[in-house]
Design a binder for this molecule. Structure first.
Ligand code: GLU
Length: 376
């Protein structure tokens, strides 16, 4: 089964070696045009696409006439700054030719780890997708220090796929998938078309194949695959070098697919139900309990009491009036705002708070039924 057939949201990671010609340091424009045409075709099928694109450092080092070879950290950061603007310009220009708006987002590790920033990044990306734009993401190289880096865009792609609940992550790189050994050094190396579980054996096959331009080798792709498959995304690794790289996957170009081990929704709910330390309690009425068990969101109207001090994005417990835990979820308002809109209708929120926040107190995507789910 082809991942493109079933996926609704696809994250595509584009490696530096594909975007930038290794010999000249120039953007491979014809290739990028073909990639954007493929993305446009996928969007016409009603699917959503997010790009995670490298290439800033490779493009910028040429613009700044930096020497060949390894760069110092400050030099790569300077190169990223000069290259990113060129990269973004190329995407904006080429996508405009497809009648698509490209939107740049630069992320640091903390943006996908710290809950409030994470929620903001997620909301912005969802808004862009709803508006039909194609987000083009890169690491914010100029502010990231060695300790707080994703390190490579394979991992950034996996974090984005997990944060957004994508069904598929495609890593376009300079290898056409996973082999039993490094195919460049071992003539007996066999290609593996499908991986259903990332075992130690699979990990051992990934002996760091690192190209000249990007940071990630096969080992970093396996780490990315582990993160993304556990978050519900199938991961495709393929050689993206020739034009129309996405169309080619659909036509059967050689690739490895790592199968997701869960669904994005289940992964997110498990994360909310299990990992977080609740900072507050929302006590809800019977009508709201019923709505929640039917899979609906928690609206301010159903809230009877707000306890604890929590910020927007913090995890809270949801209890019924007898004190039984019903659910856990991420609050869309902080404790004092929650208190002010408790029991009120959604249309009144703006007048009470003076700003227009979310319609729900906890959106159903951010809500995991706990006790009731365990009972059934
Ligand atoms: N963020 C880096 C860049 O745009 C690339 C990182 C990577 O190659 O994985 O140049």
């Amino acid at each position: 089964m082809n991942v493109f057939d079933t996926a609704k949201l696809i994250v595509i990671k584009v490696g530096s070696a594909l975007l930038v010609d290794g010999a000249t340091g120039e953007l491979r424009r014809a290739w990028l045009e073909s990639l954007c045409a493929d993305v446009a075709a996928i969007k016409r099928e009603g699917k959503q696409v997010i790009l995670v694109s490298s290439g800033a450092i490779a493009l910028g080092r040429r613009a700044l006439k930096l020497k060949a070879g390894a760069l110092r950290l400050e030099e790569s950061q300077a190169a990223a700054a000069a290259g990113q603007v060129r990269l973004a310009e190329a995407y904006a220009d080429i996508f405009a030719g497809e009648n698509i708006v490209a939107a740049q987002i630069l992320l640091t590790l903390g943006d996908t780890e710290e809950r409030r920033r994470y929620l903001n990044a997620r909301a912005t990306l969802n808004t862009l997708l709803d508006l039909g734009a194609v987000p083009v993401i890169n690491e914010n190289d100029t502010v990231a220090t060695a300790e707080i880096r994703f390190g490579d865009n394979d991992r950034l792609g996996a974090r984005v796929a997990s944060m957004m609940g994508a069904d598929a992550l495609v890593l376009l790189s300079d290898v056409d998938g996973l082999y039993t050994a490094d195919p460049r050094g071992d003539a007996n190396a066999k290609h593996i078309p499908e991986v259903t579980a990332i075992t130690p054996e699979i990990e051992a096959m990934a002996t760091g194949s690192v190209s000249g331009l990007g940071r990630g080798g096969m080992a970093s792709k396996i780490i990315a695959a582990r993160i993304a498959t556990a978050a519900g995304a199938d991961v495709v690794i393929t050689k993206g070098e020739s034009i129309h790289p996405l169309a080619k996957i659909r036509e059967g170009a050689r690739h490895t697919v790592f199968r997701a081990t869960t669904t994005p929704a289940a992964a997110r709910k498990r994360w909310i139900a299990g990992v977080l330390k609740p900072e507050g309690i929302l006590v809800i009425d019977e009508g709201a309990v019923r709505a929640l068990t039917e899979g609906k969101s928690l609206l301010p109207a159903g809230i009877r009491q707000v306890d604890g001090r929590f910020e927007r994005g913090d995890a809270v417990l949801v209890k019924d009036r007898e004190g039984r835990e019903i659910a856990r979820g991420l609050a869309a308002y902080n404790a004092s705002d929650a208190e002010r809109i408790a029991g009120k209708r959604t249309v009144e929120i703006e007048a009470i708070l003076g700003y227009r926040g979310r319609d729900e107190m906890i959106h159903r995507d951010d809500l995991a039924l706990t006790v009731l789910e365990n009972k059934s």
